[in-house]
Design a protein around this ligand. Structure first.
Ligand code: SF4
Length: 62
C-alpha cells in the first residue's frame, strides 16, 4: 500500500516521525513521507502511525 500525508491537515505533532522514522521525517516543522518510501503502507509501524495521527493526515491507499 501507499502512504501519504495531507499537508493541509498535518499540524506537525511529529508522532509519525517517532513511530516510523525510516518512513517519515520532519521538514519545515511538518511530517512528510521520506522520498522513496511512498510504498511503505504495509509496514505495521506506518499503519499504527496512520491510526494514531491526531489530525488523521496520513492516508494508506492501494
Ligand atoms: S502524526 Fe500526523 S499531525 Fe503529526 S506530524 Fe505526523 S502527519 Fe503530521
Amino acid at each position: 500500500m501507499k502512504v501519504s500525508i495531507d499537508p493541509t491537515l498535518c499540524y506537525g505533532s511529529a508522532e509519525c516521525v517517532h513511530r516510523a522514522p525510516s518512513v517519515f521525517e520532519f521538514v519545515d516543522e511538518y511530517g512528510v513521507v521520506r522520498p522513496g518510501r511512498e510504498n511503505s503502507g504495509d509496514d505495521p509501524q506506518v499503519r499504527e502511525a496512520a491510526e494514531r495521527c491526531p489530525s488523521q493526515a496520513i492516508s494508506l491507499t492501494e
